[in-house]
Design a protein around this ligand. Structure first.
Ligand code: COA
Length: 315
């Protein structure tokens, strides 16, 4: 089977993607986000991180579609059980989304995945209907939570025996252990250090100053990792985790409120983060004053038999 989707709808051609295409892919993603959400939400370095191949080499997991004038109009990314598909708003309704989805399923199947999932904004009717008609079922709800900061956020004192300071070089491995140990409570596969670092501390927009870490003695027990998305007037929290033997002592609330304060001091007047059904943390975030701004649904499809289970499997 070809490594590119085929056949493509008339007038379009697909190509492998290298790091040199990252700007084109990012522009395409942000055009789609503007159309759907009224603002760009994906930073350039997130796209660059997804195109993880060394410079010059085609990334094995992505395909870019161009129209007859060479303009980028569609993109698919698939890794393990997860996929993302974007089609330029002016090129919808021509079968591009289905071609890219078919390719993602074939690609995931060949790499041994038994199911494929993708997250779609609940306001994206076209994508939801494509997925439903392609055999996908809703699996998990994701929420974008936000907190407005019209005045300087107050920061509670650390619980007794807990010391807090901003993230600094050398904290990477301990922060990886704390966040991945905590996320292992619900995630299906632990990320390697390299995967984790590419999406967090190695991003150009990672903001150590707004990423407080908590210690009990010399052991890191809590961490918030933040992103300062270029051009955004909002701070973004990428990871929150507290070691399970230090839970419900107020450590996460204190770290998050410290993060909000730091972003406030830098002129931001809101902070956002994503959470989802599996974390069970929605009411925790609501309890510290965050509210749901929008939601998305993870749709999933079983690839091996084509039959859907009576009780949907977790991701
Ligand atoms: C979610 C998490 C970060 C909370 O950390 P924590 O340090 O225990 O939270 P805090 O002690 O600051 O909790 C503050 C308040 O929220 C409550 N709370 C904590 N976790 C909660 C949860 N999962 N659901 C509902 N309430 C919760 C606490 O009881 C406390 O309530 P109080 O104000 O009445 O005292 C932690 O459970 C964790 O690391 N989970 C695994 C990783 C994860 O899912 N992270 C979030 C990814 S989006």
């Amino acid at each position: 089977m070809s490594d590119l989707p085929e056949p493509m709808p008339a007038g379009y051609r697909s190509q492998a993607v290298t790091k040199a295409d990252a700007q084109a892919v990012h522009r395409l993603v942000t055009v789609c986000e503007h159309e759907l959400l009224g603002r760009a939400v994906t930073g350039f370095d997130r796209v660059a991180a997804d195109l993880g191949a060394p410079a010059g080499e085609p990334a094995p997991d992505t395909v870019l579609v161009r129209d007859s004038k060479g303009r980028p109009v569609g993109w698919v990314w698939v890794k393990g059980r997860r996929a993302r598909v974007h089609v330029h708003p002016e090129h919808r309704g021509r079968g591009l989304g289905r071609s890219l989805l078919d390719w993602a399923e074939a690609r995931a199947g060949r790499s041994g995945a038994d199911r494929l999932s993708q997250s779609v904004s609940d306001s994206d009717e076209a994508a939801r209907s494509l997925l439903r008609s392609s055999g996908y079922f809703p699996l998990v709800t994701e929420w974008l939570l936000a907190i407005a900061m019209p005045v300087e956020p107050e920061v509670p004192k650390p619980p007794s025996g807990i010391r807090v300071r901003p993230f600094r070089p050398g904290d990477e491995r301990a922060a990886y252990e704390v966040t991945e140990d905590a996320f292992d409570e619900w995630q299906s596969r632990r990320q390697t250090y390299e995967e984790w670092a590419r999406r967090t501390v190695e991003r150009a927009s990672f903001e150590p100053g707004a990423s407080p870490v908590a210690f009990a003695g010399d052991r890191m027990v809590g961490v918030v990792l933040s992103i300062d998305v270029p051009g955004s007037d909002e701070g973004y929290v990428e990871r929150v985790a507290v070691r399970n033997d230090h839970r419900t002592r107020g450590i996460a609330r204190m770290l998050l409120r410290q993060t909000f304060r730091t972003f406030y001091d830098r002129g931001k007047r809101a902070c956002t983060l994503w959470t989802h059904t599996d974390t069970g943390a929605l009411s925790f975030y609501e309890g510290i004053g965050m509210t749901v701004r929008r939601s998305a649904t993870v749709y999933s499809k079983i690839l091996t038999t084509g039959e859907q289970p009576a009780v949907p499997a977790r991701r």
